[in-house]
Design a protein around this ligand. Structure first.
Ligand SMILES: Nc1nc2c(ncn2[C@@H]2O[C@H](COP(=O)(O)OP(=O)(O)O)[C@@H](O)[C@H]2O)c(=O)[nH]1
Ligand SMILES: [Mg+2]
Length: 209
C-alpha cells in the first residue's frame, strides 16, 4: 500500500508514522498530494475547534506523530480542494508567537521551519477580542493568514453578531464565519483556501522567451 506522504511503498520511505487507512474504493478516487506542493496549517488558541475543523476538512487518512524531540503530537492529513490534494497540519494550541509552553513552542517552530501556502487562524466567535491579538502577530510575521471565526452557532445563541465585512476591511485578509462542529462554513473555507493557493502558486513551467 502507498504512503500518503511519499506515494511509495511504506517500507521504502522509512516513515514510522501510524496511518488510518480508507476503504479501498475511496483510496482510488483521492487525488495524490502534489510532491513539493503547498501546505496548510491550522493554528489558534486551545479549544477553538482546530481539531474538529481538521477532521471536517480531511476526509482521508491522517498521520499522528510526535514533533521531533518532544512529546507534543502533530496531526497531518490531506484536504481535497477541487482536483488537488493539499497537505494540512493541525498544530498544537498557542496563545502567542512568543512561546511559554512546549505546545506553543512546537506550533511556533512549525510555522517558522516549514513553508505554508495558507495559515488558517481559527478563532472562537464568542471571544474575538481576546483572540485577535494572535491574528495581529501572524499578520505581522507576514504569514498568509485566512481567519476562520468558528463556533458561530454558540455566538448566535448568545445573541452575538459578527461583522465579517468590517473584519475583512480591518485585517485585509479573507474571513470565513463557521461552525465546524455543524459542518457550517467548511465549504466556504475550502473556497478561500483554493483562492489563496491559486493566487500564490508558481506556474510549473516558466515561459521561455
Ligand atoms: N458549538 C460548537 N462547538 C464546537 C465547534 N467546533 C468545535 N467545537 C467544540 O469545541 C471543543 C474544542 O474543540 P477542538 O477541536 O478539540 O479544539 P482545539 O483545541 O482547537 O483543537 C470540542 O468540544 C468541540 O466539539 C463549533 O463550531 N460549535
Ligand atoms: Mg486540537
Amino acid at each position: 500500500m502507498d504512503c500518503h506522504q511519499c506515494h511509495q511503498n511504506h517500507g521504502s520511505c522509512g516513515s514510522k508514522r501510524s496511518l488510518r487507512w480508507l476503504p479501498f474504493s475511496e483510496n482510488l478516487t483521492r487525488p495524490p498530494i502534489e510532491p513539493g506542493g503547498p501546505q496548510i496549517a491550522l493554528v489558534g488558541m486551545p479549544n477553538v475547534g482546530k481539531s474538529v475543523l481538521f477532521h471536517a476538512l480531511t476526509d482521508t487518512y491522517v498521520t499522528v506523530s510526535n514533533y521531533p524531540g518532544t512529546t507534543v503530537e502533530v496531526t497531518r492529513g490531506a484536504v481535497t480542494l477541487g482536483d488537488r490534494a493539499v497537505s494540512v497540519i493541525d498544530t498544537p494550541g498557542m496563545y502567542s508567537l512568543l512561546p511559554i509552553s512546549e505546545e506553543e513552542r512546537v506550533a511556533r517552530d512549525l510555522l517558522i521551519s516549514e513553508s505554508f501556502g495558507a495559515i488558517v487562524h481559527v478563532l472562537d466567535a464568542k471571544n474575538l477580542g481576546r483572540m485577535l491579538s494572535l491574528t495581529a502577530q501572524l499578520l505581522e510575521a507576514e504569514l498568509p493568514v485566512i481567519v476562520a471565526v468558528n463556533m458561530m452557532d454558540e455566538a448566535q445563541r448568545w445573541g452575538l453578531t459578527i461583522d465579517r465585512e468590517a473584519l475583512v476591511a480591518k485585517l485585509g485578509v479573507p474571513v470565513v464565519l463557521m461552525a465546524a462542529a455543524r459542518n457550517r462554513g467548511v465549504d466556504q473555507l475550502r473556497e478561500a483556501l483554493a483562492d489563496r493557493l491559486a493566487s500564490t502558486s508558481v506556474p510549473a513551467v516558466a515561459a521561455v522567451g
